[in-house]
Ligand binder design. Sequence first.
Ligand SMILES: [Zn+2]
Length: 386
Amino acid sequence: MATRRDNWKIAGCFSAAVFGFLLSGLPIPERIINGIDLPLLISPAIAAQLTTKRPTPPVVSHRPSLSGKTEPVARPANIPKAYADISTDDLVKNARLLARQYKHKEADLLLSEAVRREPKVAKFHYLLGRGLTEEGRFQKAVEEFLECTFLDPNDSRARFEIAQVYVYQGRFKDAIAVLEQIKSKAGPLSPESQMATGALNSIAAFYELGDPYSASYASPTADLAWQRSDFPIKVAIWSDPEMPELKAPFRQAVIDAFTRWRDASGGWLRFQIVDDQRQAKIVCKLVGVMRGSKYQGGGVKLGETLGDYDSKNADVRGFSRVEVFWDEESNPAHFRHVVIHEVGHALGLPHSNNTLDIMYPFVHPPYVEYPSKRDASSIRALYEIK
Ligand SMILES: [Zn+2]
């Protein structure tokens, strides 16, 4: 039985920036972290790779010289010749531009070249780690962040990134250990410590949420579903008028999200878009990020779904309001992922603690745009669809 609630709110869903610290521009004091014990937290295999310096054998190729003869040119594999004439500064600048266009693979190629040229610059490793994270190459990303930590032990940003990658991988214990380490080194009143505490709180709710491999994470007894007679469910879509260019993409993302959940349910959960919000059971809103509380509990809140029970029956849903917050840095795939996730909540799904499910609360690369098999079996379990 669902207990009667005056109004219930489903927890905020976090993003690429689980640890808002990184985006919030908080100054990082330079008094912390002596000694580097982080490698103790990672697998011996990675530690071994780090202690043995990765060899970078030059690949010898030939290009014509002005005299017409060919001469050997040392360059690494996979780096186009064109890069040879680009300064390291320009490589990094171009990489940042590409990253802003979500061309992380191309950006990382440039950053790899910058790292090869100047392996002692922590910032290059840091940027490459961020790019590799976006590519979903988590192990490689952690290696770069560790290198950064070795080179610049006073900067805790790389440690936050490592904790974040561990969260993306569902390695909560490892993430907690890294965050605790940040706290103990930074001291209780430091901004790092506060951000780490926020991140720990975000993780705590999911750490012991049951078996991430069970057939389903939802049940009609624990989660509040709509009644069958509510379908096709009426959905209204509203966009912040200050963002007219996003009206059409948001509308499409909402329609796609309901379509995918409908398909995941085997066609049962049909929907109908209506113009009048007063007729709708579910209202989906796109709001500018500044109108939402962007930073909450150490993370960036991407969306939120609120719901009310039916006034005649506390055991069924009466109304849901989905809010998706737009950040101008949002990656479009990431944004569509969030819409599907929030619509999942609006249909009654709770969070999952399996990183492959779209209901996993920490949005991470690759930004999948379909409910997983387990999401599908959970929505079917919730609605008792055979
Ligand atoms: Zn959520």
